[in-house]
Design a protein around this ligand. Structure first.
Ligand SMILES: *[C@@H]1O[C@H](CO)[C@@H](O)[C@H](O)[C@H]1NC(C)=O
Ligand SMILES: *[C@@H]1O[C@H](CO)[C@@H](O)[C@H](O)[C@H]1NC(C)=O
Length: 420
């Protein structure tokens, strides 16, 4: 069976087992049951459906060449694809990686994050039930410095795809370079600006900016973690953003009405609290939150800082927690420059009712995705990836296919050039 067959069979099975998967994911990762990440499960199904559709449409070209030669390209699987996924979206990251690799006919060794090993094992079991032959998809549960490093430096792994932090991405790239020069795609950290222009509908902008940051406990690489607000609407925006954050329902992710569960583990929990202290020490204004919630579990109060300056650590580093930083701007040219004062370039958002402003800002920003009057809108067909230190390459859409293909040029002399 070719990659197309694998994808399609698996798709049908995933639909039938949707509910089991849903329970599993939320039971593990601490995300509220009733506040689903926008359609994480339907998106997984859509991804496999999309890439199943690609599998029989991947083919080479004939290339006109000078001289009496017939030239064709063959698009071949690259071989064994090593894939390393993070804990923040265990199901979705699995699909982003496995879908295109299978569609292109590769075999896969995928390492899960140590915090969330069960989801991929469970889905792999479904793949097995669906008829995927043994050895095509292999899941390794393990830690980065051991299992991850072994995969990145293995001489028989032909390609590596990694999603995680920028620091770890550098290690992965170095290991790949030092071993067999396997091509590497990286999807790394971000510090995405969300620019609220003066003509924005304030209530909608407040809600969207809140969602852009707090979604998934703030544990998103593309979180809108720098909320730039035009000075003319800054005061009103700030009051409302603070009120919205204070209303956010934090607690047991299995309880009805809960919007925010705990952070993933103690390491992340401590890191977020350190950044909150850093924000206070650097004289940003703490509007609300600022500490742990309760005394049990890794719950953090929804936190809002105002008067945040570009050079503060909370405006430069990826916090990966429920901490919103609000910055004031007065001019489009100025905010474009300031949006770029970061080593990252993963995503950005713009909120405006003026199409010229939207076009100007979205073309100027160095970001792999720019959401205009929306945020966190994903689809199998929309590429995702970063500029600058947010990564190398793009995943999803047509762009993912090249990551998993080798192109071979076959050149054959034509016997009777006189006839041409
Ligand atoms: C914060 O403000 C205090 C009091 O004005 C000042 O002493 C301190 O140097 C400031 N810290 C920073 C990092 O600017
Ligand atoms: C954006 O930042 C990068 C470095 O991070 C710099 O090389 C580039 O010139 C900046 N571009 C603009 C338009 O400011």
């Amino acid at each position: 069976m070719n990659g197309h067959g694998y994808c399609y069979v698996v798709l049908i099975w995933l639909r039938n087992t949707a509910m089991r998967l849903l329970l599993l994911r939320h039971g593990i990762m601490g995300s509220p049951m009733n506040k689903l990440p926008p359609a994480e499960l339907p998106m997984l199904v859509r991804l496999f459906h999309y890439y199943a559709g690609w599998a029989d449409k991947i083919h080479g070209l004939t290339c006109p060449a000078d001289g009496p030669y017939h030239v064709q390209t063959l698009h071949e699987p690259i071989g064994v694809a090593g894939q390393i996924i993070p804990w923040n979206f265990p199901l979705l990251m699995f699909a982003w990686k496995v879908g295109p690799a299978l569609a292109c006919g590769n075999t896969i060794v995928l390492k899960t994050a140590e915090q969330t090993p069960l989801t991929a094992l469970y889905v792999a079991k479904l793949f097995h039930e669906a008829g995927l032959p043994p050895g095509v998809l292999n899941i390794v549960s393990g830690f980065g410095p051991t299992a991850g490093a072994a995969l990145a430096s293995h001489m028989d792994v032909d390609k590596l795809a990694f999603t995680g932090s920028t620091d770890t991405g550098k290690i992965v790239l170095e290991l790949a370079a030092k071993s067999n020069l396997k091509p590497v795609t990286l999807e790394l950290g971000g510090k995405s600006p969300f620019i609220i222009c003066e003509d924005a509908d304030i209530d909608n902008a407040v809600e969207l900016a809140h969602f852009a940051l707090f979604f998934n406990q703030g544990q998103c690489c593309c979180a809108g973690s720098r909320t730039f607000v035009h000075e003319r609407i800054y005061d009103e925006f700030l009051e409302k953003a603070k009120a919205r954050a204070m209303k956010r329902v934090v607690g047991d992710p299995f309880k009805k009405g809960v919007e925010q569960g705990p952070q993933i583990d103690s390491e992340q929990f401590e890191k977020v609290l350190r950044y909150i202290r850093s924000g206070i020490e650097s004289n940003a204004t703490l509007e609300c939150g600022g500490g742990r919630l309760g005394s049990k579990g890794f719950y953090i109060q929804p936190t809002v800082f105002s008067n945040v300056q570009d050079d503060m650590l909370i405006a430069q580093d990826e916090i990966f927690g429920p901490v919103q930083s609000i910055l004031k701007f007065n001019d489009i040219g100025d905010v474009i420059k300031r949006a770029n004062t970061t080593r990252y370039g993963l995503a950005a958002g713009v909120f405006t009712s003026n199409v010229d402003t939207a076009n100007t800002i979205s073309r100027a920003l160095k970001a792999g995705t720019v959401w205009v009057n929306c945020f966190d809108v994903f689809d199998a067909a929309i590429p995702f990836g970063g500029y600058k230190m947010s990564g190398i390459g793009r995943e999803k859409g047509i762009y993912s296919l090249n990551n998993y293909l080798q192109v071979k040029a076959v050149v054959t002399p034509l016997k009777n050039p006189a006839w041409l």
